[in-house]
Design a protein around this ligand. Sequence first.
Ligand code: UN1
Length: 496
Amino acid sequence: MAKRFCNLINGERIKEGSQGTFKNINPADRSDVIGIFPKSGKAEVNAAVRAAKKAFESWRLVPAPKRGEILKRAGDLLVKYKEQLAELETREMGKILDETRGDVQEGIDTAYYMAGEGRRMFGDTVPCELPNKSGFSIRQPVGVCGMITPWNFPLAIPTWKVFPALVCGNTVVIKPATDTPATVVRFGEILEEAGLPAGCYNVVCGSGGQVGVPLCEHPDVRAVSFTGSTSVGSQIAEICGRLNKKVSLEMGGKNAQIVMDDADLDLALQGALWGAFGTSGQRCTATSRLILHKKIAAKFTRMLVRAAKSLRVGNGLNPKTQMGPVINKTAQADILEYIRIGQEEDGADLILGGKPLRRGRYARGSFIEPTIFNNVTPKMRIFWEEIFGPVLSVSVVSSFDQAIKYINQSHFGLSSSIYTKDVNRAFQAIRDIEAGITYINGPTIGAEIQLPFGGVKGTGNGHRESSHTVLDMFSEWKSVYVDFSGKLQRAQIDTE
Ligand code: UN1
């Protein structure tokens, strides 16, 4: 019998879902059922928001340093359960254990960083233009925050949203991706063990239509934070725009790595392999395009194909595996469709992979070979569209300027990378690449939590996660004026 998982509403575990149940299966082995989850709807959303609204009344009054202490304990518990959580994540998401350990570590880092914010949360203290008057600004919580999180970072991304929201004094209703709800439910148990009061963190499992939409539309949800696809993000933006809600969107990417003619090619190769095939290419930050200077292109492409061919694909629980499955059968079909499109593009050459792996130990999972296309140009769809799988498009350019032009030919602008030993070029790239993140001599993946995370153009709507900048999403500024003159002083008028 598969384990039954529950929604978490007001500190209670609720097994039944108003819309039935759904199964969570291991993408590397469909016979491995992680659990049965409640399929929820509007009724559960309403109950969860009611609980969060009630909990907000007292949570907002807990001093921020005390809220931070609970986060610190949550971080300690994530350390304690790191291995257990990593295994659970690998089972439900598929990526290899090294990566799920990193995913949990990102949650730990965020817990400790945000615990510290409980004692910082800086505002401004400024001089006032009138005598005997003081001015300063403080951060205030927004209220109940709705969160809709993706399956590719089952713990890290929820923690990016939940910890800053909580330290600011908000309460949370979260809808995890239906492919990876177990980690988010387990995270709730950990927050409870850390001492978070009931109702501050509520989990409602179910689909985007049945849970996500009512959550965004609920009048008591004041802010919505979303990470996922561009199409869903746009729907959320419409709802939140219509209802005047704060909304943070973290959506697609079509990230590229440039390799210049003076680059350390061995280093650039390691970066490209990790960026393109880590997490089976299923990161918003994944390297989807490689832009090679023509002087090194032939040699580098040979090195790349040789190395990518030897990647060991398999079940992420096996420590020898280097690349796991993709998330589910639908994703596998979508990626294969892109590979078909690539093969039909005039001039693109499939130089590695391109096929699903379906036999023997792959029979019960959703696997795809590491895939590389060469001679990809801006005329082609695979140059522009996010594939979210282990598919890398290689383009060849004849100059630095053309490389920058290619990298900016994208509707997205999340991550970017350039390998060069020329410091002037490195700084020009930092200035000229249109992206929220630029790496010099490093791959497009691997952001650390103490710097802002997010992108420009179609990637997002101007918000950033991580670092202190995420506090702008989960708090409202209040400006405070204290007039201790004992008389009416009119700003801008009584200036003499
Ligand atoms: C994502 O792909 O949605 O920078 C998040 C990285 C990770 C986070 C990725 N730290 O690759």
